[in-house]
Design a binder for this molecule. Structure first.
Ligand code: F6P
Length: 323
């Protein structure tokens, strides 16, 4: 393999730049030329490529976002769009592709491989940690730390006023951020698909907290929980009891920004190097991940469709420690 390309796609996550840097440097180390593709799959369809050198990726290791930009691309969802992207790759003599992103990104990569037999390896980059075949996705650790920092601040004011706060965090399909941050901030309850608490259960938990003299309380709400978010849930609780002075904070996209933590920088660096080596060694149509500190390749289809590792332990711990 003489020339490869790298792109970031879908929602950005802190550590994507560290992964791009690792891909570029490890490719150059192995005498392979690298092109950056701008704006995700849109750049592939449009042929928006630029050669990257070792120094093109200097000083990005600790920067949030992605220097290659990211986009959601409707054209690449079509057979014609992918054929166009394939011909742009061929025109540039590119022989392999590294995609950094989440399940939408991997679905596109899988189709590119199936329709054109184009070699492609994925690196898991999403704050949601919703891929099977890796213990952590790049950005999850940073996002969770960002939430913890924010909730610690909210706790200060909640405590001063004896208030109840509903804090909504990201996680479209799972409660990874919600549960980990809930444990780390001592939330009285975490509302996510995994904890499966009803609004009535929550009212009881809150009442028990009052009886045991809790002066302030934080409820972490995963955006993907069945109540549709913190505002809706707070409305339900208000309709059932007027015991609490309730405030709501939706943390939103600040969870996607910021400098990656050490854990995310190291994870991105390891996965970036391994992705390039896997591609050079003829691996394709799969994601590189780390499970129990061991590198592992998982087919795209399994990474997207298999069950992500269980949060049962977190659910139990959160419940026990919130009494
Ligand atoms: O990156 C994944 C994610 O953070 C989800 O948790 C959230 O629902 C979504 O992105 C929002 O992304 P956007 O605003 O880019 O559509």
């Amino acid at each position: 393999m003489k020339k490869i390309a790298v792109l970031t796609s879908g929602g950005d996550s802190p550590g994507m730049n560290a992964a791009i840097r690792a891909v570029v440097r490890s490719a150059v180390f192995h005498d392979v030329e690298v092109c950056g593709v701008f704006q995700g799959y849109q750049g592939l369809v449009d042929g928006d490529f630029k050669k990257l050198h070792v120094r093109s990726v200097a000083k990005i290791l600790g920067r949030g976002g992605t220097i290659l930009k990211s986009a959601r691309c409707d054209e690449f969802r079509t057979v014609e769009g992918r054929a166009k992207a394939f011909s742009k790759l061929k025109d540039q003599n590119i022989e392999g592709l590294v995609v950094i992103g989440g399940n939408g990104t991997f679905t596109g990569a899988m189709k590119l491989f199936e329709e054109h037999a184009f070699p492609v390896i994925g690196i898991p980059g999403t704050i949601d940690n919703d891929l099977a075949g890796t213990d952590n996705t790049i950005g999850f650790d940073t996002a969770t730390n960002t939430v913890v920092e924010a909730v610690d601040k909210i706790r200060d004011t909640a405590d001063s006023h004896n208030r109840l706060f509903f804090v909504e965090v990201m996680g479209r399909d799972n409660g990874f951020i919600a549960l980990r941050a809930g444990i780390a901030t001592g939330a009285i309850a975490v509302m996510s698909r995994e904890t499966n608490l009803s609004d009535d259960d929550l009212v009881q938990v809150l009442a028990a907290g009052q009886r045991s003299k809790k002066s302030s309380s934080i409820v972490i709400v995963a955006e993907g929980c069945e109540y549709g978010g913190a505002y809706e849930l707070a409305k339900k609780v208000k309709s059932k009891t007027d015991l609490y002075d309730i405030r709501i904070t939706v943390l939103g996209h600040l969870q996607r920004g910021g400098a990656p933590t050490c854990a995310d920088r190291v994870l991105a660096s390891r996965l970036g190097v391994e992705a390039v080596e896997a591609l050079i060694n003829g691996k394709t149509n799969c994601m590189i991940g780390i499970v129990n500190d061991e590198l592992r390749l998982t087919s795209f289809v399994d990474a997207i469709e298999n069950k992500v590792h269980s949060l049962d332990d977190e659910v139990r711990i959160a419940r026990i420690l919130s009494i």
